[in-house]
Write a protein that binds this ligand. Structure first.
Ligand SMILES: [Zn+2]
Ligand SMILES: [Zn+2]
Length: 293
């Protein structure tokens, strides 16, 4: 008479055992990191309180909103010599004086450096999802600053989409996570999140080191509007984590305008304040050439 099974099973190596244990270990580690304070991911100081966001209050406090004079259209810093408001009360940077942007205004909460840059990287590249909550609160402040300029009763909030493959790899779209977090602090009836209108048709290469012309080429055909009926005549707010060269949000705005959007606004959590340093290095004319070629 045969002896029942367990001994046979135990003699055989269990092929998926390593995988199974790895999963349990990962789960245990994530529970551990949620329940027990670790070190601040920005300054490495030990965290005293249990928080889902592994960043200390000091580091968060150091993240400040942009101060000083900025361009009324693109939000870049303007030198005091350029900080003269024109007849319509607008203060334009040298680039916006020459080039018409496809959006009404782009606003950002903070400069893309220091702690804010690191916080965005924690979300995007380290998958620290709770960072979206803090970033969303900052984004909400930027949106509130232009809210009075919206003309329509409802505004479509459209996060810059990721290409399908990248979204799958990351597991989420950071722009959408931040937008959702921001809307919790704003009028949810007036601002309506839509992630089904703007589609990313392909991934785009890094924009770093490209000329403005190459950046436009790089973006060509990257976005498409699904169902123009949804945006025709509507006011739209495009949301992203960072405004660097502005090429991505400008292309989104262009595509949305072509699909019939009445007006497009842009709000990001952070922005590179590139002109401030460029002014110091090169003449203003060179800045113009670089930006508008
Ligand atoms: Zn810290
Ligand atoms: Zn400008």
């Amino acid at each position: 008479m045969a002896v029942a099974g367990p001994s046979i099973v135990s003699r055989e190596p269990f092929p998926e055992r390593g995988l199974g244990q790895g999963w349990i270990q990962r789960a245990a580690e994530s529970v551990f990191s949620v329940l027990f304070p670790s070190d601040c991911r920005l300054c490495a100081a030990p965290l005293l309180n249990i928080s889902r966001l592994p960043v200390c209050p000091d580091c968060l406090e150091q993240i400040q909103a942009i101060r000083g004079k900025v361009c009324s259209v693109c939000g870049d810093r303007v030198l005091s010599s350029y900080a003269i408001d024109d007849a319509s009360g607008l203060r334009l940077c040298p680039v916006c004086r020459r080039v018409e942007r496809p959006f009404e205004r782009a606003v950002a909460y903070g400069s893309y450096d220091g702690g804010l840059r690191e916080l965005i990287h924690l979300l995007k590249f380290n998958g620290v999802r709770p960072a979206a909550g803090v970033l969303g609160r900052m984004l909400a402040e930027s949106i509130a600053a232009i809210d009075a300029s919206f003309e329509q009763a409802t505004v479509l909030v459209i996060p810059v989409p990721l290409f399908k493959g990248k979204r799958h790899q990351r597991g989420f779209n950071q722009a959408e996570s931040i937008a959702r977090a921001a809307l919790r602090h704003l009028d949810g009836e007036r601002l309506q999140l839509r992630n089904d209108i703007l589609l990313r048709m392909r991934d785009t290469h890094s924009q770093i080191g490209l000329t403005s012309h190459q950046r436009r080429e790089n973006m060509r055909g990257a976005f498409q509007v699904a169902g123009s009926a949804a945006v025709a005549g509507r006011e739209v707010l495009v949301v992203d984590d960072v405004y660097t060269t502005g090429t991505t949000v400008s292309e989104c705005a262009r595509v949305l305008r072509r699909a019939g959007a009445a007006r497009v606004w842009v709000a990001t959590v952070a922005r590179t304040m590139k002109l401030a340093s460029k002014y110091a290095e090169v003449g203003i004319d060179e800045v113009n050439v670089a930006e508008t070629a």
